[in-house]
Write a protein that binds this ligand. Structure first.
Ligand code: PAF
Length: 282
């Protein structure tokens, strides 16, 4: 397994391989790898000759400097973990200057309104940062397929839109949410949860499941009010938003239609750690 820090070096390596008709599966990450990431890596290895994993904490997608500072950086541990998975993995772990050269600033994108819903309302500029880094990484790695978890369902929809709008020749695959035994969705942020918050956090998935059951017979408004009440009564978890939205447009549902699919999206603070999750409702 090789680790590259410079885009010129990984580009040279990849262009030699591509000459041999190799297919490349790509898993972009910000490191602090966990089983959820490994499930994406394994899928990429099943479907391609090699898997490129990028490890880069992208500064332009953080609206909160404290969050960027505290984001776990565990490169050595991540590389050791990937070594146990397969020799057919290349790691690209650049410094900020290799991606942004002079100054780390995001480009401006429009994603047909997807960027204004949910996370877009609470994390200013976040999706411009995501669009910037993912587009640059796609240009460097030139993957045949790229793999993203559905935990960040809105991010996945936005990356599909990015690829469509910019005619980027890559297949974007969404992968089902990988959960801990407790039901808590895997996230690099889970590492930072203090024990009592870690014990409380599976409540989020429990609520999503009950919301799904209720959505069969109740309106989106009724379900939303019920969820908000559950969190009002909770000592440790603070609800930031719960939204039932159309899975395609991500617009909040006003009136249910049988021909559409819906998802419930949630963001919760456990102490100062922000957790997101979602569930398909029909
Ligand atoms: O989901 C993530 O970890 C990041 O947003 C991504 C896609 C690696 C871009 O920095």
């Amino acid at each position: 397994m090789t680790v590259f820090n410079k885009k010129s070096k990984i580009q040279d390596h990849i262009s030699n391989k591509k000459g041999d008709n190799f297919t490349i599966g790509f898993v972009p990450t910000m490191g602090a790898l966990h089983d959820g990431h490994l499930s994406l890596v394994n899928k990429a290895l099943e479907e391609n000759d090699i898997c490129v994993v990028s490890i880069f904490v992208n500064p332009t997608q953080f609206d909160n400097p404290e969050d960027l500072k505290k984001y776990p950086r565990t490169l050595e541990k991540d590389v050791l973990l990937l070594k146990t998975v397969s020799p057919n993995i290349l790691v690209y772990a650049p410094a900020v200057e290799d991606i942004y050269e002079q100054k780390a600033v995001a480009e401006h994108f429009t994603f047909d309104g997807l960027e204004h819903e949910m996370e877009g309302k609470f994390r200013d500029g976040h999706f411009n940062g995501v669009g910037t880094i993912v587009k640059r990484l796609f240009e460097i790695v030139k993957p045949n397929k790229a793999y993203f978890g559905e935990k960040d369902f809105q991010q996945l929809a936005i990356i599909k839109k990015l690829v469509e709008k910019h005619n980027i020749p890559v297949i974007v695959e969404g992968c089902t949410i990988y959960r801990e035994k407790s039901g808590l969705a895997y996230s690099s942020r889970n590492e930072r949860l203090k024990p009592d918050y870690k014990a409380a956090a599976p409540f989020i998935f429990k609520i999503l499941n009950t919301a799904k059951e209720q959505f069969g017979t109740k309106s989106a408004k009724e379900v939303t009010e019920w969820v908000e009440k559950q969190f009002n009564n909770h000592d440790l978890l603070k609800l930031e938003y719960f939204v039932i939205a159309d899975s395609k447009t991500l617009k909040p549902v006003k009136r249910k239609s049988k021909s559409k699919t819906y998802r419930a999206f949630i963001a919760v603070y456990a102490d100062d750690i922000r957790l997101i999750d979602n569930i398909a409702l029909n």
